[in-house]
Design a protein around this ligand. Structure first.
Ligand code: ZN
Length: 572
C-alpha cells in the first residue's frame, strides 16, 4: 500500500471495507470480473460524499442500485467491465441526492384548478373569469397558490375582488400557505354565513373595517363550506387517473431539481395507492417517505386505517415507506396565523390560531406513540411547539422508546428552552428551508426579535439537533439549491437580510439537505451520503456550491439526478 497516493489508499480502503463487495480484490486482480463489474461508474468528479470518513473523492461505482466502491478515478476505472456505463463528470461536483423532509407533492389542483400564482389581482380575476365561463353555474371555482406579497397590489384578495370577477359561482382562492382561503359572496351565501356568524373554534372569518365579511377564512372555519354548492364529480377510475397524472407530473419536477427523497407530509389512503401504482409502473422517479394524515378537518384518517390494519412507521420498501402520523396544532407562518405567546407586532389582540388544544394533542400523541408510530405535528408558533413537546415528553416518560424521533413539523419560532427540550426528547424539527429567500417580506410582520428565532437552522445545529430541511411545498418552493442559498445567506429575493444570526455554512447546509434528511426517516444508514452500501442516489451539479458567490447558489444547474443508479433527470 505504501506506493499508493493517499487518495488511492483511501479509495482502496473503502473498497476493501465494503461488505457487499467481498472478493472484489481477487477478481479484479485476476482480470476476470464480469459478474462483479459495476453497472455504472462515475469518474473525474468533485465528489462531496457527506461522509466524514472520506469527505472528498473523485469517483465511485454503482451496482444493483447501491454504491459499491468510492475512491480515485483510476481505482474506479479498474473495476469497470465491458457492460459498465461510464459517466465522466468533467470535474463537475457530485453530492448525495437531496432530501426534502416536508413537502406536499402531487396534488391534483396542480393540473386541474386555477393557478393563482400570478403577479396582479387583475390577472387572478381574469383567470377566474375565464374558468367560470367554462363552468356550469352553481359549481365551485377552485384556485390555489395565491400570495398577497407577490401581487403588485401587495394586498390580500377581498370578497369584492372575487365578486367582481365571478358573481354566479362559489369561488375559493386558497393562499399559498394553505391555511386560509378567500371566498366570494356566493360562497358565503350558500354556506349561510353572514357578518354576524361567530368564529368557530380553531377558525376565523375576517371582517373589514365596517364589520362586513372581508372574504378571508382561516383553518377550521373553512369546513363550513364543505357540502355546499355543486362540485364536479368523478368516477373512482377517473379519480385514480387524475391522482396518478398529478404525481407523475410532480415527480419529474422534483428530480429535475436534485431531490431524490421527498417526505410527503400528509397523505390520504388514495395517495398511498397512487405511489404504489407509479412505483409498479416505473413512473415514480423519487423515493417517498409517506406520513399518513391523522383525523383532521377534512375527515381524512389514513393513519387510523393503517394503524387498525397493523401497519407501523417504517413499513414499506426503499421507494415507498410509511412514515409518521401527521396532525396539525396551529396556523401558518407565511399567512401570519401561527400561535405565539406574544401578540403579532402592532396587533395587540392577535396571537394567531390554535387548531388543537393540549388535551387533543396528548390524545393523538399517546395513541400513535403506543401503536408504534412516529408522530409529526405541524407546530409553528412557540405556544404550539411547547404544547407538542409536553405531549412528547409525557409519552416518552410513560412508554419509553430508545429512538423514537417524533417530529415537530415546521417548528418555526423557538427559544433556548424549547431547543433544550427538543434535544432532550430526540425530537426532530423540520424548519422551512426556502422561506427566507422566497417569503422574505412576510417576516416584517413578526419583527426582528422574533425573526432571530425563526427557521433557526443555526440554533438547531448549535444545540446538537440533526435538523433536516423542508420546503412545505406548496407554501414554499422545493428547489434545494434555493434552500441552500436561503439558509446560508438569510437573504430574501430582494437582498434583505432576515435573522442574520441564523446563517449557516455551505457544508452545514449540505448536511441538512442530505444526511440529516435521512435521519428524519430513520434511513441514515442507507441514504444521505455517498458511502459504500448505501442507495446510489446522487446529483451532479454544474458548479461546486463552495466555489460560487453564496447569492448565486440557487442558479447552479443540475446536470443529472440519479436514484438507485438510474438516471431520472439529465440536463440535455
Ligand atoms: Zn405541510
Amino acid at each position: 500500500m505504501s506506493k499508493l497516493s493517499r487518495r488511492e489508499a483511501l479509495g482502496m480502503g473503502a473498497l476493501l471495507a465494503a461488505p457487499v463487495f467481498a472478493g472484489a480484490q481477487t477478481l479484479a486482480g485476476s482480470g476476470s470480473k464480469p459478474d462483479y463489474a459495476p453497472d455504472s461508474i462515475v469518474v473525474n468528479g468533485n465528489v462531496l460524499t457527506i461522509d466524514d470518513r472520506m469527505p472528498r473523492a473523485e469517483a465511485f461505482a454503482v451496482k444493483d442500485g447501491r454504491f459499491i466502491a468510492i475512491g480515485s478515478s483510476a481505482d474506479i476505472r479498474n473495476l469497470a467491465g465491458k457492460q459498465t456505463q461510464v459517466i465522466d463528470c468533467e470535474r463537475m461536483t457530485v453530492t448525495p441526492g437531496f432530501i426534502d423532509a416536508h413537502c406536499h407533492p402531487g396534488r391534483q389542483q396542480e393540473l386541474y384548478d386555477v393557478n393563482a400564482d400570478l403577479r396582479s389581482i387583475k390577472e387572478i380575476q381574469d383567470a377566474l373569469r375565464e374558468r367560470a365561463a367554462k363552468t356550469p353555474p352553481g359549481y365551485w371555482i377552485n384556485a390555489f397558490k395565491f400570495d398577497d406579497t407577490k401581487v403588485k397590489e401587495k394586498r390580500l384578495l377581498s370578497r369584492k375582488d372575487l365578486d367582481a370577477a365571478v358573481p354566479d359561482h362559489p369561488v375559493i382562492v386558497m393562499h399559498r400557505g394553505g391555511h386560509t382561503g378567500f371566498l366570494n359572496s356566493k360562497a358565503f351565501e350558500l354556506a349561510g354565513i353572514t357578518k354576524d356568524t361567530p368564529d368557530p373554534p380553531g377558525g376565523r372569518f375576517w371582517h373589514d373595517e365596517k364589520g362586513e365579511l372581508q372574504g378571508q377564512v382561516g383553518d377550521l372555519a373553512l369546513t363550513k363550506f364543505e357540502g355546499v354548492g355543486k362540485v364536479e364529480t368523478f368516477t373512482p377510475e377517473q379519480e385514480r387517473q387524475r391522482g396518478e397524472a398529478a404525481m407523475v407530473y410532480q415527480s419529474k419536477q422534483l428530480v429535475a431539481c436534485g431531490l431524490t427523497t421527498v417526505h410527503d407530509a400528509g397523505a390520504e389512503s388514495d395517495k398511498i395507492t397512487t405511489y404504489q401504482a407509479l412505483l409498479a409502473r416505473g413512473e415514480l422517479l423519487h423515493r417517498a417517505y409517506v406520513m399518513a394524515v391523522g383525523l383532521n378537518r377534512d375527515g381524512l384518517d389514513a393513519y387510523q386505517k393503517l394503524r387498525d390494519g397493523g401497519i407501523r412507521t417504517g413499513f414499506g420498501n426503499e421507494f415507498v415507506r410509511i412514515g409518521g402520523a401527521k396532525f396539525v396544532a396551529d396556523g401558518s407562518a407565511s399567512e401570519r396565523t401561527m400561535r405565539m405567546s406574544k401578540p403579532y407586532p402592532g396587533k395587540p389582540n392577535d396571537y394567531g390560531i390554535q387548531v388543537m388544544d393540549q388535551k387533543q394533542t396528548h390524545e393523538v400523541v399517546e395513541d400513535a406513540h403506543r401503536h408504534g408510530w412516529q408522530v409529526g405535528i405541524h407546530a409553528n408558533g412557540d405556544v404550539a411547539i411547547d404544547q407538542v413537546l409536553n405531549a412528547y415528553e409525557r409519552v416518552l416518560k410513560l412508554w419509553p422508546h430508545p429512538d423514537r424521533r417524533h417530529r415537530i413539523e415546521h417548528c418555526t419560532l423557538v427559544n433556548p428552552d424549547l431547543l433544550r427540550r427538543i434535544r432532550a426528547t430526540g425530537s426532530i424539527p423540520t424548519p422551512f428551508w426556502t422561506y427566507v429567500y422566497y417569503h422574505g417580506e412576510k417576516w416584517a410582520a413578526y419583527g426582528e426579535d422574533n425573526v432571530r428565532w425563526m427557521f433557526a437552522h443555526r440554533s438547531f445545529l448549535d444545540a446538537g439537533i440533526p435538523v433536516p430541511g423542508a420546503s412545505d411545498y406548496q407554501p414554499g418552493p422545493f428547489e434545494p439549491l434555493m434552500a441552500l442559498q436561503s439558509m446560508v445567506t438569510r437573504k430574501d429575493y430582494a437582498g434583505r437580510v432576515w435573522g442574520a444570526n441564523q446563517k449557516i455554512t455551505v457544508d452545514e447546509a449540505l448536511r441538512i439537505a442530505t444526511i440529516n434528511g435521512a435521519h428524519a426517516s430513520y434511513e441514515e444508514n442507507v441514504k444521505g451520503s455517498i458511502t459504500v452500501g448505501k442507495y446510489a442516489d446522487f446529483v451532479i451539479l454544474e458548479k461546486d456550491p463552495h466555489a460560487v458567490d453564496p447569492d448565486t447558489l440557487k442558479d447552479i444547474k443540475i446536470a443529472r439526478t440519479v436514484v438507485a443508479g438510474r438516471t431520472v433527470y439529465a440536463n440535455a
